[in-house]
Design a binder for this molecule. Structure first.
Ligand SMILES: C[S@@+](CC[C@H](N)C(=O)[O-])C[C@H]1O[C@@H](n2cnc3c(N)ncnc32)[C@H](O)[C@@H]1O
Length: 256
């Protein structure tokens, strides 16, 4: 009998499938695209608004699943100077870029856990807030990711999830980014971005292939809410965001 290879512990860009995104290559251009994309900042603001109303203690334990280049952690770290922040991502290049930012900004309480999320064990009921931003769709089975978050959360903890669930329409995004750059007088930056964005477009095409093959989860807002409820959460908020391409859910674990 063959040994079960199990889940990869790190993303291996030399062995990607035709319908799979190359997160290493994406990482190099990720932040430039985010800077050109006001909808990305709007998503960060949605989290910051909720943090203001939740008033979590500065000692909170926070976990970012699929944390990428660390933009969300950078945006909220100053609210948790005495807490513990876990950055989970299996892609080495994303993590390197995040680490650089944490160093530059003097954010010292982040621990980067480089592994497939489903290989990671945090103590049960130990986390105050889990965030998953545009990562759940990419990780199968989604149910297991949601169950992990449920297991890690304290009884009064929260999951804040935004998840890209609609068909990727690359042209629609290109037009949107161009219009936004016109409004902000950043056309030069957009043109530079377009040149650099070739790799991002390539990755977007890969993601379209992955959506077609079923590797990446396509969902409606209702599907998303149902999966979250099935994993044992009570939903406080659920609505479409990110120009209608993603869904946002805020939820709390129901007791087992
Ligand atoms: C679209 S990016 C989002 C990054 C970040 N959350 C943000 O919004 O800027 C998705 C991230 O999920 C990570 N990822 C995908 N599958 C993963 C897995 N199985 N385990 C851990 N991280 C994963 C990728 O490496 C990538 O950094």
């Amino acid at each position: 009998m063959k040994d079960d290879p199990g889940l990869p512990t790190t993303f291996d860009s030399s062995a990607i499938a035709k319908d799979e995104m190359n997160w290493d290559a994406y990482a190099e251009h990720y932040d430039l695209m985010c800077a050109l994309n006001p909808a990305y900042q709007e998503n960060i603001n949605l989290l910051l608004e909720r943090l203001r109303s939740w008033q979590l203690p500065s000692t909170s334990t926070i976990c970012d699943v699929g944390a990428g280049t660390g933009n969300y952690i950078c945006a909220m770290a100053d609210q948790f100077p005495d807490g513990a922040i876990f950055h989970i991502d299996f892609d080495a290049r994303m993590n390197e870029l995040a680490q650089q930012k944490y160093l530059e900004r003097g954010i010292k309480n982040v621990q980067i856990l480089q592994d497939h999320i489903l290989n990671i064990d945090l103590p049960k009921s130990s986390v105050d807030l889990v965030i998953c931003i545009n990562s759940i769709y990419a990780i199968s089975p989604q149910k297991s990711v949601l169950e992990k978050a449920h297991e890690w959360l304290k009884p009064r903890g929260r999951l804040f999830a935004i998840d890209f669930g609609r068909k990727q329409r690359t042209l629609d995004w290109a037009i949107y980014l161009f219009r936004e750059s016109l409004k902000s007088g950043e056309v030069g930056r957009y043109a530079k971005g377009l040149i650099e964005a070739r790799e991002v477009m390539k990755q977007n095409r890969q993601s379209t292939k992955g959506q077609k093959s079923g590797r990446y989860w396509l969902h409606s807002t209702d599907d998303f809410g149902k999966s979250i409820a099935d994993a044992g959460f009570e939903i406080e908020e659920l609505f479409a965001c990110y120009r209608g391409y993603a869904d946002l859910a805020v939820c709390r674990p129901l007791s087992n």
